[in-house]
Design a protein around this ligand. Structure first.
Ligand code: HEM
Length: 457
């Protein structure tokens, strides 16, 4: 079948379907179209034709065929370069092959275990922050606080830097990070490159502040390596490994690669984990029985011990169930890197593919009572194949390298929350269900959390 034979929503000449797509709701519209037109269809944003896939096996096959068969989109690569976060997320071919093993090593379970005492310290600060809010009976801006936590954790693990935004009243790095992914998202899907004159100046201040912060992380790491040259042979974290590689002759890495990856890690580690946690707290609060079981699971646990926090099977199931219903990356975009075929469609090199990651994960044929939040389903013997259908961390050679960190971080935060507080309320701006808002990652709009300190047992 040719792309031109695929069904799809009717569009306007020149603009295509752009007026039917509100960017923050794009995933919901595409999922709705997928129910109307099937597992493969097409639509257009301005001159760009997009083939949409929602069958999880088809999607997984394409994701596995990277970097040679499929790649991230050229617009993502161009924007990442323009904004200065051209790192492992946007790199392709040999550049990606060089960077990926270093990133994997920086986030492997061994490193994460070694980092655990620092994670305990960051979580302790987080608890103090929320204890102050509970004592003052203040409503907490949930995502903003969670982002302080995730940025502090990423900077600690990946850059060996204790930035402590959780206890800072000054202008924190998140204020600038917050602006980047929504701008990236607007640029990715704008029909024409209008951002060049519209947005450039507004974003410039934030990018400059971020680049200054990145340069400081690199300077601090270089100073540590000068003081302790052994770190060149045995780097303690990702930034040191990247600097050591950059300084090795013939490595093919330069200063821009190091800086690009530092910013990439901040961006990739912040929103994703914070928004997944926000969704999880929201869902647990609305499902008292699951909340009760999660509470029960952490009773008597010593949260200073890696083995106890990394276990927690029920909370693990709640994480899987949250990511199935509320994947923070509901859309993955690909470009065909050569002429190929996907799901029986002839796909010439350069074709854009939109993969709808939630369609299979909420399909009744695969998950009975698919829209219900039911962590119990992850204890069935099919849970591994369910994970392959849900794919919240992607699939194949570009599977998220931060997943072990993210899962441990989320278990730690939830265990801290349930161990020390009663959740009094998780509210939305209009009092209704939390609205999904896509701005590169998919976040619940404007959640506020009210806590009360839990009486000691
Ligand atoms: C719940 C939290 C997270 C979710 C749901 C998530 C999800 C994803 C997804 C869907 C991808 C694309 C995978 C693909 O193309 O197949 C990805 C890639 C990536 N993630 Fe995560 N992520 C999370 C946390 C993190 C953290 C904590 C870090 C690091 C601090 C991180 C770093 C990255 C990087 C560097 C890539 C690019 C990998 C590559 O292209 O080779 N992520 N993530």
């Amino acid at each position: 079948m040719r792309i031109s034979e695929l069904p799809g929503p009717r569009g306007l000449p020149f603009l295509g379907n752009v007026l039917q797509l509100e960017p923050s709701q794009m995933h919901i519209t595409a999922e709705k179209w997928s129910r109307a037109y099937g597992e493969r269809f097409r639509f257009r944003i301005g001159p760009r034709e997009i083939v949409v896939l929602s069958n999880p096996e088809t999607i997984a096959a394409a994701l596995r065929e990277r970097p040679d068969g499929f790649r991230r989109t050229p617009r993502l690569r161009a924007i990442a370069k323009e904004m200065g976060f051209n790192g492992v997320f946007s790199a392709e071919g040999d550049a990606w092959r060089r960077q990926r093993p270093m990133v994997m090593a920086g986030f492997d379970p061994g490193h994460i275990k070694t980092y655990f005492p620092a994670l305990v310290k960051v979580t302790e600060r987080f608890k103090l922050r929320w204890q102050r809010a509970a004592a003052a009976r203040e409503a907490i801006d949930l995502q903003a606080d969670l982002m302080r936590y995730t940025v502090d954790v990423t900077a600690g693990l990946a850059f060996g830097a204790d930035i402590n935004t959780l206890e800072s009243d000054a202008e924190v790095i998140q204020i600038h990070l917050d602006k980047v992914l929504p701008a990236l998202f607007r640029r990715l899907f704008s029909p024409f490159p209008s951002w060049r004159w519209l947005e450039e100046r507004r974003l410039g201040r934030h990018l400059r502040a971020l680049h200054a912060a990145v340069a400081e992380f690199i300077d601090q790491a270089r100073a540590r390596m000068e003081a302790n040259p052994q770190l060149r042979e045995r780097p303690g974290n990702l930034i040191e490994a990247m600097i050591a590689a950059r300084d090795t002759e013939g490595s093919g890495l330069d200063d821009g690669d190091v800086a690009g990856n530092v910013l990439t890690m901040l961006l990739a580690g912040e929103d994703t984990t914070a928004n997944t946690l926000a969704w999880m707290i929201y869902l647990l609060h609305r499902h008292p029985e699951a909340l009760r079981r999660a509470n029960q699971e952490i009773q008597g646990k010593d949260l200073q011990k890696y083995e106890e926090v990394s276990g927690l099977p029920f909370i693990d199931a709640c994480i899987n169930e949250t990511m199935r219903l509320k994947p923070v990356a509901p859309i993955l975009m690909l470009e065909a890197a050569r002429d190929t075929a996907v799901a029986g469609i002839e796909v010439p090199e350069g074709t854009l593919l939109m993969c709808l990651m939630r369609a299979g994960a909420t399909d009744e044929r695969r998950f009975p009572d698919a829209h219900a939040f039911d962590p119990e389903r992850w204890f069935s013997k099919n849970s591994n194949s369910s994970k392959r259908v849900a794919m919240p961390f992607g699939a194949g050679p570009r599977l998220c390298p931060g997943r072990y960190l993210a899962i441990l971080e989320m278990k730690m935060a939830i265990a801290m929350l349930l161990g020390s507080f009663e959740i009094e309320a998780v509210t939305t701006p209009d009092g209704g269900e939390a609205r999904e808002c896509l701005a590169f990652t998919m976040a619940p709009a404007g959640l506020r959390l009210r806590l009360a300190a839990r009486a000691k047992a």
